[in-house]
Design a protein around this ligand. Structure first.
Ligand SMILES: [Zn+2]
Length: 475
């Protein structure tokens, strides 16, 4: 039997892993993994990062990676550590992003393990990293670039084409065509789906053209992150400027937990624009990430993917690395110096969901002071510290300590890189035909269920919510 098995991002928004198993008439089956992401957030899910897959890693022939976010890519070094040695197909921009994100993830895993060993707070002795920075660096040799819209025959049984997902730089949907003996010959895995073409409704949007329209498949595996929450469709800039102005007036600093790549650069361009137009005072801005400079360089390398608005900002202001008052803090010492300063500044630091990284130190110091502002510009998955802080908790645990939350907390939802329900439906209406079956993944249960109902009502399609480890027969 040929099947797809949902090994992650089913009932949850992280850990994307979908196994395609193609039966080969009794000889060695073909096995391909679409995405290979880390589980993040709640402990019950994170613990699955330590479990083996139901098939041996060395029996998987290839990995197809839709985009660089760690919840889609961050388990690759672990898979390689367990014996996978096949090719990993991704777009060139995704490979560039992974070359900084995966080693950084390995570094964070090592830091976590060292911290648990130092404080003896893990039940495992000694605590080990899921993988190291060096192991993450080594797995980059397995990556193979594939440009958008180029068909690639991976084996006689399976071919692959990436089409635009417009979610982040390099993000793609995987169109997979199976040899004709399968029940379903054309599969589409959306990965994460970006905002639709109408830029008026997506002020935070960078990626140019929206997801590729006019798709055509037998089986669709689609994300559902925002299946039950519409995005506000207003311009975020006036509110953003006011929040920052008021914080600076009362002598506070602004801490922005942000994904280091792309989201941070987008935000820096907006800040620059607000400062140049006098809407925000020119206080020091810190992009505090060990990847800060490389991230800017990758961002500027792929300007072809940007929306006209972002392109215009890049042309007008040039590289952020040369802007006065903007600091790119690469070393730990640079980062510590920010903490020494008591005058107002804006600190953009990762990780975006406060699960690790340097933002922890900044929050530890600034959360107890009501003068400061903690500003969220990205999705916060349940179970993360970001979710706790954003939802009004009185305190949060950082480095084993209970840190009181007295700073102002605000969130701007317009920066989302995910289409919401109305945008998803708008995109789905461009399909050439209804897929025979659709499975929703990458959503909390209420979001996936609500999107399923909306799709059934609006499109009349056969839609189901994927369950963890469920197998769907495809031939
Ligand atoms: Zn993503």
């Amino acid at each position: 039997m040929s099947y797809i098995q949902f090994l992650g991002a089913a009932g949850v928004v992280t850990g994307s892993k979908h196994l395609i198993h193609v039966d080969n008439n009794g000889s060695q089956p073909l096995q391909v993994l679409v995405d290979c992401g880390l589980f993040q957030g709640q402990k019950e899910w994170r613990e699955r990062n330590w479990q083996d897959l139901p098939v041996p890693a060395n029996s998987i022939d290839a990995v197809i990676l839709t985009h660089a976010h760690l919840d889609h890519s961050g388990w690759i070094p672990r898979l390689v550590k367990q014996g996978f040695h096949g090719p990993i197909y991704a777009t060139p921009a995704t490979i560039d992003l992974c070359s900084i994100l995966l080693p950084d993830s390995g570094h964070l895993q090592e830091e976590d393990a060292a911290y648990y060993n130092k404080t003896r707070t893990s039940k495992h002795a000694p605590a080990l990293p899921l993988y190291t920075m060096e192991e993450a660096q080594q797995c980059m040799t397995l990556f193979r670039p594939l440009n958008f819209d180029e068909a690639k025959q991976l084996t006689s049984a399976l071919s692959l084409r990436f089409v635009r997902a417009a979610h982040i730089l390099g993000s793609a949907m995987a169109e997979i065509t199976l040899a004709s003996n399968a029940k379903f010959s054309k599969l589409l895995f959306t990965g994460d789906i970006g905002r639709v073409r109408d830029t008026q409704t997506a002020s935070g949007k960078v990626v140019r053209s929206g997801p590729t329209e006019g798709e055509d498949c037998d089986l669709l595996v689609m994300e559902s992150t925002y299946g039950n929450r519409p995005h506000p469709h207003t311009d975020p800039r006036p509110e953003l400027a006011e929040l920052i102005r008021k914080t600076i007036q009362r002598g506070g600093s602004v801490i922005v937990p942000s994904f280091a790549v792309e989201r941070t650069q987008k935000f820096l361009f907006l800040l620059k624009e607000l400062m140049e137009t006098g809407q925000v005072p020119r206080v020091p801005v810190h992009a505090d990430s060990p990847m800060a400079i490389k991230a800017v360089q990758i961002f500027l390398k792929y300007t072809g993917e940007f929306s006209p608005e972002t392109k215009a900002l890049i042309e007008k202001y040039g590289s952020p690395l040369k802007w006065p008052n903007f600091h790119f803090d690469v070393t730990q010492d640079d980062s510590k110096k920010i903490n020494d300063s008591t005058s107002p500044s804006i600190i953009v630091s990762s990780s975006g969901m406060v699960t690790g990284g340097r933002v922890l130190h900044h929050l530890m110091q600034r959360l107890p002071d009501p003068k400061n502002l903690i500003l969220f510009i990205g999705f916060q998955a349940p179970g993360t510290r970001g979710f706790t802080i954003k939802n009004g908790a009185p305190e949060v645990k950082i480095f084993g300590q209970h840190v009181p939350i007295r700073a102002q907390v605000a969130a701007l939802e317009q920066f989302s890189d995910h289409a919401d329900t109305s945008e998803l439906l708008e995109w789905l209406h461009t399909f050439k035909r209804a897929p025979s079956e659709t499975y929703l993944v990458h959503g909390e249960p209420p979001a996936a269920a609500q999107l399923r109902d909306a799709m059934v009502k609006s499109l009349g399609w056969n839609v189901q919510v994927a369950a963890y480890c469920e197998k769907v027969q495809i031939g």
